[in-house]
Write a protein that binds this ligand. Structure first.
Ligand code: DP6
Length: 524
């Protein structure tokens, strides 16, 4: 593979978002437009984000995509919906392409009309485990479209390109802005060009807002959002009622509450809408169950917390999965965390910050929260919900807050996910057990087919093989080339080859145990 021109490379990052008034149901499946408008809070990308590098070259034989270290087949759109969504975004962004100008020299690097001769490599990853079930496809598609907009030096606004991001995944359009964001439903009369994201308030408008995210299950969900909402539209009278009678009033009220920083109003509407969304899932035929027992216990505990303080201090919301995003003002975040950790202690109680590295993005705060005594009155209120502490019921805890919109990272080449020498993913992009979130590799029951598993297992082994070969040659460079044998060099070479031998077979042993233990959880 020929070296790429680094001037034709862009790297960007995008946040994820959590809806307070939910999108559930498509008005037009082809354009991926919703039956009602929705609003969301953008989460801080310093904690959770997607990073994407796009690079263009005439030498590439086809457009390619790597997600979390796995290459996905994006060229056969008949085989999977993921390929179709990706190709739509790429095609629509290509239509907006302008001349690419070198900012340093003013030279035209690619003329607008010549982009069709270039193929694109896209390498993307999430900095948070997909197992956390946190709308990674929203961050991913927003990041893809944003990175392409930079590569093609698109002049259209973020709101304009959100029209394209929503064709990748509906909720993705809202990740193109920070703060509090609305996705306008749009109209068929305008060819759905008005179905787009618009910023309502910036992150600075409510900096005190924080979230505690409780991962109640790190297994893949049974029903993807796309198929779940399609069945709901076809079968749930409650969903039709909600879209017609309830959502508009809630949207107006929550926008007002957010602007006025009225937590009580904001929290009440957020919880009510989450509950109604899950009620429409139950009203779907056959019903869809996204919440589990742990989710329901979290709901009861949040209400007990609010009742104890006599005001709404915490507000849960659940997307299409059992994991809770709990809004809370910063001043109450540690009290809520100690309370929740009392009932949902980590799998291991060795309360040192390093022990919680795999449990939380802020292990130190978790350790402190576990050491902080919870008000006995609050515990009595929590106990009255019937919950008793069980370690490991909550798999991970993420602490974050409201964040800004997409960022350009191109200036810092250490952030690039593509190796400029090859145009392929960097070695450190090789999968380390990260999971890929999509639904098109699953069978009708949502399980990944054996063929898919074998294909991806072999991809993963191929990745490991490449990594080992790379490490092997690095080691060889370090130890120097073999020399003409002499008494001294025979010893040196003996040492050299035994080291290489050990490194290679040690690596193979790791690869084989990894392959055995690999678990394949695909989402969406
Ligand atoms: C429950 O945006 O994932 O998170 O458009 O089919 O890709 P597709 O669906 P997706 O659905 C998100 C649903 C939700 C609510 C929301 O984010 O508004």
């Amino acid at each position: 593979m020929a070296a790429i021109d680094p001037r034709l490379c862009e790297t960007t990052s995008c946040p994820t978002n959590i809806a307070c008034i939910k999108y559930w149901g498509k008005a037009d499946r082809k354009f991926n437009t919703p039956i009602n408008s929705s609003v969301s809070v953008t989460l801080n990308q310093d904690d959770l984000r997607a990073i994407t590098t796009v690079v263009a070259s005439k030498d590439f034989s086809s457009d390619r995509l790597w997600l979390n270290g796995e290459e996905l087949d994006i060229n056969d759109v008949s085989k999977n919906s993921h390929a179709k969504r990706f190709q739509t975004c790429l095609l629509e962004m290509r239509k907006l392409a302008e001349d690419r100008i070198d900012p340093n020299t003013g030279d035209v690097l690619v003329r607008k009309e010549d982009w069709s001769q270039y193929r694109i490599h896209v390498v993307s990853r999430n900095t948070f485990p997909t197992a956390a079930g946190l709308a990674s496809s929203a961050a991913g598609y927003a990041c893809l479209v944003f990175a392409l907009s930079k590569l093609f030096q698109v002049k259209a606004s973020l709101s304009d390109i959100s029209v394209i991001a929503r064709q990748g995944s509906g909720s993705a359009c809202r990740s193109l802005f920070g703060g509090f964001v609305k996705w306008e439903q749009g109209t068929a009369a305008a060819n759905w060009q008005d179905s787009r994201a618009v910023p309502v308030a910036s992150k600075e408008d409510w900096e005190d807002m924080a979230t505690v995210i409780l991962v109640a299950n790190d297994k893949k969900k049974d029903t993807s959002s796309t198929s779940g909402m399609n069945t709901s539209v076809e079968t749930s009278p409650l969903l039709a009622f909600r879209a017609r009678e309830v959502v508009d009033g809630r949207l107006a009220a929550i926008e007002k509450a957010y602007r006025a920083r009225n937590f009580s109003e904001f929290g009440q509407l957020t919880m009510a809408d989450s509950n109604q969304f899950h009620a429409t899932c139950l009203d779907t035929y056959p019903p869809i169950f996204y919440l589990n027992d742990v989710s329901r216990q979290i709901i009861r505990l949040v209400h007990a917390f609010n009742d104890y303080y006599g005001e709404i201090r915490a507000a849960y919301t659940f997307d299409a999965g059992p994991n809770a995003v709990i809004f809370v003002l910063k001043k109450h975040q540690s009290a809520l965390l100690s309370y929740m950790l009392h009932y949902f202690p980590p799998p291991s109680m060795d309360a040192t910050p390093s022990r919680f590295q795999s449990f939380s993005n802020r292990p130190g705060e978790v350790a402190v929260a576990l050491d902080t005594a919870v008000d006995p009155g609050l515990i009595a209120a929590g106990d009255a919900t019937g919950r008793t502490p069980v370690p490991g019921d909550v798999k991970m805890v993420y602490l974050t807050g409201v964040g800004d919109g997409p960022r350009v990272l191109t200036g810092d080449s250490s952030e690039w996910l593509v190796d400029p020498g090859t145009g392929l993913p960097k070695d450190n992009m090789i999968s380390s057990g990260a999971e890929v979130e999509q639904d098109d590799k699953t069978d009708g029951d949502g399980h990944m087919g054996v063929a898919g598993q074998v294909k991806n297992l072999s991809q993963r082994i191929a990745c490991l093989e490449r990594s080992l070969t790379h490490q092997f040659s690095k080691l060889e460079r370090l130890l120097g080339p073999a020399t003409v044998p002499s008494a001294q060099t025979v010893m040196a070479n003996l040492l050299r080859f035994s080291t290489l031998y050990l490194a290679f077979y040690g690596g193979l042993a790791v690869a084989s145990s990894f392959a055995k233990g690999a678990s394949w959880k695909w989402r969406k």
